[in-house]
Design a protein around this ligand. Sequence first.
Ligand SMILES: *[C@@H]1O[C@H](CO)[C@@H](O)[C@H](O)[C@H]1NC(C)=O
Length: 189
Amino acid sequence: MILASFSTFILLQLSISLGFFVPPIQSILSHTSLLEQICRQSPHYHLCVMTLRSSIHHRSKADIAGFAHLTLEIVNANASITLEHIPKFHGQTEDPKLKMALKDCLVSYNTIVKVHLREALNAMDVGDYRAVQQKAYVTIIEAESCNTKFRNLATSPLRDTNRYVQNLCAIAISIAKKLVLPYQLPTSI
Ligand SMILES: *[C@@H]1O[C@H](CO)[C@@H](O)[C@H](O)[C@H]1NC(C)=O
């Protein structure tokens, strides 16, 4: 009986000390190391670190949802300006095949910006992280659809952009996944 209540006491002490110690340990993890950790688990480590590190200073809140939101905002900014630039590329070429490809990509980027990424950001705002992943995924497919239009052409003015959009969306998906499953710090056994 005494032993039982003693171990209950120990357990109680343990949970109290855990209760007291876990939050400070987590708060010691600076923005940088959270970013480090998120990017290490993403498919494009360097792009992830470069993209998020350069923008993180503008944010006060560097939680995981913040990183996912930021990634989507950055890809959205790139895609939106791309959408505006495509007609310019179209006007700069006389090649009918290239013109055709750019026209198809205009449709793709219009869908990416006005539908998929807009919905992804809306889903982010309401905390529907599964929808975030789906919308980022269809963005990847749409960018690939644009990419294939240049397959038999000598140049592709949108190749780097398509890859960038796809890679950032893959990063956004990997971050959003952590928000669906309760995020856990790696534990050592
Ligand atoms: C989007 O990103 C790609 C890859 O970094 C870059 O080549 C392209 O110029 C960017 N587009 C805009 C409009 O900023």
